[in-house]
Design a protein around this ligand. Structure first.
Ligand SMILES: [Zn+2]
Length: 362
């Protein structure tokens, strides 16, 4: 289901409702409420329908998008609602501190009839890191058409994220209830609608072992990994963005090609191929044994965590973009940039487990 809702301040008496979008005038305050629900329209077309009505207002009339909390003049609202769907046009981020804990909320999932998403930010994590992650998740929701709902696994690079169900409160008693947190945000945004309390983002304790209780609140481990990948790029002067193998439109459940010996051999290499339309990560890993031919009989699909768990130091290189190769030798990690014949040794390879707090508390 797709829904839209707007409050028009002090104007809108001339607006006429349609079969799919209702217009209610509140004569006591002079405001107008527009609400619509669509079972079969895309978000894009629902937004366009809303824009076609808002367009009839005076350009400077204030309009509050009740599902994102964005307040803007009608002219800007029309421009935003008719622009291509993107994180910037469809969502908003809000941060708050509640009972000494920091949270960031991805606001706007109610457009899909889903609760918003909250992530707890631990002390050693910067808010920009979380903003970027939440932006990825918003993009994932817009492009993959997968719900950010409890039970859905969301791959994030080497990591696995998910959304918590009600059971979370029994497992993590220190966490405030989502209703209380929703209240904390509501005061800031002045929502005009009652929306379901948000869900919490959680992450796997260990991406290779995922049982019902193998989750923790937040996304700090995934973000520390991403940070370490950025450090590696800086150190080896890779002139490229960290390319998180994640959120491709057609996300594949089996995003890596692995040689059958790769998890049992001392030396192995990884090469990141150019991404195909299938949305795989592009990574292929194999042993160095020249006798072991890498073909259909020896190569199989696997997940990044399988090979990364053989050596946690490998994780820092997994964000390298297509064209790069990494090789684990007896003396450390060797890297080969795209189009270059010679490899070089990464002298600064980080030893610590990339998902642990920098202070060293495990
Ligand atoms: Zn092999």
């Amino acid at each position: 289901m797709i829904q839209q809702a707007f409050r028009v301040f002090g104007d809108g008496a001339q607006l006429q409702g349609r079969s799919d979008l209702s217009v209610v005038h509140d004569s006591s305050v002079g405001d107008t409420l527009l609400t619509g629900q669509w079972a079969h329209e895309s978000l894009e077309s629902a937004r366009r329908i809303s824009a076609s009505i808002i367009k009839e207002l005076q350009d400077e009339t204030e309009v509050l998008d009740l599902l994102t909390g964005i307040r803007e003049p009608a002219e800007q609202a029309v421009e935003r609602l008719t622009s291509p769907v993107s994180v910037a046009a469809c969502f908003r981020f809000a941060s708050t501190t509640f009972q000494g804990l920091r949270f960031l909320r991805l606001v706007g999932l109610a457009q899909f009839g889903e609760p918003d998403l909250l992530v707890e930010i631990e002390d050693d994590i910067r808010e920009e890191q979380v903003l970027e992650l939440m932006g990825h998740l918003g993009h994932y929701r817009l492009t993959s058409n997968r719900r950010l709902a409890p039970g859905e696994a969301i791959p994030y690079g080497y990591w696995l994220l998910s959304v918590a169900s009600e059971r979370l409160y029994e497992t993590f008693p220190r966490l405030p209830a989502a209703e209380e947190l929703a209240q904390a945000y509501q005061l800031a945004i002045e929502w005009g609608l009652v929306l379901p309390p948000p869900n919490f983002l959680i992450e796997a304790k260990d991406p290779q072992r995922i049982g019902e209780d193998d989750w923790v609140v937040g996304a700090s481990q995934a973000l520390r990994v991403l940070d370490l990948q950025r450090d590696a790029h800086e150190r080896i002067a890779a002139i490229c963005e960290v390319d998180v193998p994640f959120c491709e439109p057609a996300f594949s459940q089996e995003p890596v090609m692995l040689c059958s010996r790769v998890t049992s051999t001392d030396d192995f290499f990884g090469h990141r191929m150019v991404l195909g339309p299938d949305g795989t990560t592009g990574w292929q890993f194999g042993c160095h044994d020249p006798e072991h031919e890498h073909d259909q009989t020896t190569m199989a699909f696997g997940v990044l965590a399988q090979v990364a768990n053989t050596d946690h130091r490998l994780v820092q290189y997994l964000g390298l973009p297509p064209g790069w190769s990494v090789s684990r030798e007896k003396d450390g990690f060797w890297l080969n940039p795209p189009g270059e014949e010679r490899s070089f040794k990464d002298e600064g390879s980080a030893e610590r487990k990339p998902w642990c707090r920098i202070e060293g508390n495990e």
